[in-house]
Design a protein around this ligand. Structure first.
Ligand code: ADP
Ligand code: ZN
Length: 729
């Protein structure tokens, strides 16, 4: 290595690939040399794979036997910040480095050369009439001169149809050429006037800017639903853009992206880059490159956007930071919110964690001063927070196989014909959660999982929500062979909709459940239609809890408020509180006051009382006190060890063996619980057994866990997965 970070031809270097081969492998630098962090293609056995120049070679082979790097790819080298983030993340999640690198490089086609696409630029004075539309195009190209635009982007930027641009090409005002390089995204202008902020919002934006500063720091932006958190954190995005740095906004749900992109466009004049599984391969390749080259200023995306190769990441917003979909439970197990904070610490970036109902972890971090905190306590404009009332189901005559109480029903009826909407929430997809045989009592279960099959009437199938397996709805009981005795038991969103239609036959009913829509676009269209008033009654699952604005909605009915309180999960209270408050918050967004009615069989339950009482701080304080007393997160550290394999007995044998060899854990004062069946005890034909390890906050948990797990050798088909900070415990 002649200069720091560069390897001359023939120098020995280590290349990390996403292949499961342990660590970096030694190669020789190619002709022309290559930089530290360069993306390269290397021979591996008979194949060629993509890797990253990770550091000097480790001397694992004699130089004479080393192979040369085949090719240096034409993309910017990985920056130090991402390099060290990946290493730290691998350590933290106890995952081999190649598996973590895969998160940053696995997108198909990422390193393919782009195909040629038509590019539009300013050419000269167009012949013919100067129309308003044409002037807009010329003006857009003059005020925002870039290396060129794609047709759709230019049309959006100028606010004209693509026909206008085609016309200008004919008239000689705009040139149309083919280019084989990806173009930067249109510039986002932080100086465009945004919405006029209310005094509260302005104060919050100011406080955010204040606590933000310019280096690393985390701020909780806590604001009641409808307070305008988005408007406020867009000011932080504007600030970041003014500094010439890039911003990343993480959203928990792809279905929210469309509406969000429109808000960014309204604020900054152009659309940002979009990163999620619904984006095309070509778009993702372009975004990845532009993020690396600085040609994408803002990225909106799902949790995987956290691994993009930003040139200069200055801000990460995690919207709805409490949302459980930020936790990835398979492969590399991580929480995107926590990893966002980690990445920002390496990038010297700010983090804004936004939520109306933050996770207890974040609330505590703000309480102890580790994070700054900014509050928005009232809704924007005239809108008031909804009134919340319980419906004591013990006193209601609801009827068998019916779930809407007379009290709730009357409130819905009152709104029909007034232009006000009602929404019923049930946290269950499908028609019925259970199918039971009336002859023998058998419940139909998934053949591959420890889960009952859920009846989906829209599909006329029974579906396993764990593995996706589905079968036609049987007419004969698979257990006793009797025909015609299988019946659906319990409500799902489809069945609730059926009840609504039967009860209110003249009303327009919309059903919102993620599985009922073929595409994010179809879902968005329905959401937009509802917002425009095209439904009287909305029946929905979880998806309705997330940041949609329905201005005509004045009633929210929670069908099964108690559902999440069952079971022994220590997070049950927190989850239920968050979900029900979020759902209730959908009511009364415009001038009309909202009402949220919670159907419950236990109105005296402390969590139900906390939800109704509205004193959130008191709830978080009580929750925190109880967690502290038990020494569980966020006051202690915890890891779940999930042992999985095709047979149960060897898993317990392995678990018991581990339970006897606890010396490495004893040394850090950690305690072990289990082995016991995991929360999902069988998944895709593999049994799952879990052990929980608890330690003090300051204990070096990961290194003790490695030493502990190293003592045993799992059988051939067994897997040991470590889940640091498990969601359920
Ligand atoms: P939250 O994320 O806190 O629920 P949003 O940012 O989505 O709130 O704002 C709620 C609604 O109020 C949105 O429709 C938004 O456009 C509107 N709104 C918020 N602040 C303003 C403002 N300053 N001017 C105009 N509309 C606003
Ligand atoms: Zn299954």
């Amino acid at each position: 290595m002649s200069e720091i970070g560069f390897f001359e031809e023939g120098a020995r270097l280590g290349v990390l690939t996403a292949e499961p081969v342990g660590h970096a492998l030694d190669y020789l630098a190619p002709e022309g040399g290559c930089a530290l962090g360069a993306f390269v293609e290397v021979p591996l056995g008979p194949r060629r794979v993509v890797g990253v120049v990770w550091g000097p070679g480790e001397g694992s082979f004699e130089a004479g036997r080393l192979r040369k790097v085949a090719r240096v790819l034409d993309v910017p080298p990985m920056r130090e910040e991402l390099h060290f983030f990946l290493i730290r993340m691998a350590d933290y999640t106890m995952t081999p480095l190649p598996a973590v690198l895969r998160l940053a490089t696995r997108t198909p086609g990422l390193f393919d050369p782009p195909g040629t696409r038509k590019v539009y630029r300013l050419a000269g004075t167009p012949a013919g009439r100067e129309t308003e539309a044409r002037r807009k195009v010329i003006e857009a190209l003059t005020t925002a001169p870039q290396s060129g635009y794609y047709l759709g982007e230019l049309a959006a930027l100028a606010g004209v149809t693509t026909q206008v641009i085609k016309g200008l090409v004919k008239a000689g005002g705009v040139s149309e050429t083919e280019a084989a390089r990806d173009l930067p995204y249109p510039h986002l202008d932080p100086e465009r006037p945004g919405k006029t902020l209310s005094p509260d919002q302005r104060a919050a934006a100011e406080a955010l800017r204040h606590s933000a500063g310019s280096g690393f720091g985390v701020t909780l932006l806590k604001g009641v639903t409808g307070s305008g958190k988005t408007e406020v954190y867009l000011e932080a995005v504007a600030d970041c853009l003014r500094r010439g740095r890039q911003a990343l906004v993480l959203l928990p749900e792809i279905a929210l992206t469309g509406a969000f992109l429109a808000r960014i466009e309204a604020r900054f004049g152009a659309r940002p880059g979009e990163w999620h599984s619904g984006a095309t391969q070509g778009e993702r390749r372009r975004l990845w490159r532009m993020v690396a080259e600085g040609g994408a200023e803002v990225v909106v995306g799902a949790r995987s956007a956290l691994f993009l190769p930003f040139r200069d990441l200055g801000l990460i917003v995690v919207d709805e930071e409490h949302d459980t979909s930020y936790k990835q439970e398979e492969g590399v197990i991580y929480n995107a919110r926590d990893m966002a904070v980690l990445r920002a610490s390496f990038a010297g970036a700010q983090v804004v964690l936004a939520s109306a109902t933050p996770s207890l972890e974040t609330w505590v971090n703000a309480e102890t001063g580790k994070y700054a905190r900014v509050d928005l306590t009232s809704r924007f404009g005239a809108s008031e927070l909804p009134e919340m009332r319980p419906i004591d189901m013990r006193a209601e005559k609801t009827g068998a196989a019916h779930w809407i109480s007379p009290t709730l029903s009357a409130e819905i009826a009152r709104r029909l014909g007034t232009g006000e909407q009602s929404m019923l929430f049930i946290n269950r997809r499908g028609y019925a959660p259970v199918t039971v045989c009336r002859a023998c009592g058998h419940q139909i279960a998934c053949p591959h999982c420890d889960a009952r099959m859920v009846h989906h009437r829209s599909l006329e199938r029974l579906v396993c929500h764990q593995c996706g397996e589905s079968i036609p709805v049987p007419t004969v009981c698979p257990s006793c062979g009797v025909e015609g005795k299988l019946v659906p038991v319990g409500p799902g969103v489809e069945r609730l909709a059926e009840e609504v239609r039967a009860r209110f036959p003249d009303s327009r009913v919309a059903v919102l459940s993620s599985d009922l829509f073929g595409s994010a676009r179809a879902l968005k269209e329905t959401i937009d239609a509802i917002a425009a008033g095209a439904a009287d009654i909305v029946v929905g699952t979880q998806i309705v809890a997330k940041g949609h604005n329905f201005p005509h909605l004045t009633l929210v009915g929670v069908i099964d408020t108690d559902l999440g309180l069952q079971g022994s999960d220590l997070r049950a209270s927190e989850r239920t509180f968050q979900l029900v408050r979020q759902v209730a918050g959908r009511a009364g967004r415009a001038e009309k006051p909202g009402l949220a009615l919670l159907q419950t069989y236990q109105p005296e339950h402390p969590v139900i009382r906390a939800i109704l009482g509205g004193d959130e701080e008191a709830f978080w304080r009580a929750e925190a006190a109880s967690r502290r007393a038990q020494g569980v997160p966020p006051f202690g550290r915890m890891a779940g060890i999930v042992l999985s394999g095709p047979e149960l007995a060897p898993l317990f044998a392995l678990g018991n063996d581990l339970a006897r060899r606890v010396a490495p854990l004893d040394r850090i004062g950690a305690r072990v619980f289990g082995p016991a069946p995991a929360p999902i005890s069988k998944l895709r034909d593999r049994f799952r057994v879990r052990m929980l390890v608890m330690a003090e906050k300051s204990a070096p948990l990961q290194s003790a866990l490695s030493a502990w797990l190293r003592q045993v050798r799992p059988g051939k088909n067994m897997r040991v997965a470590v889940d640091i900070d498990p969601q359920s415990f």
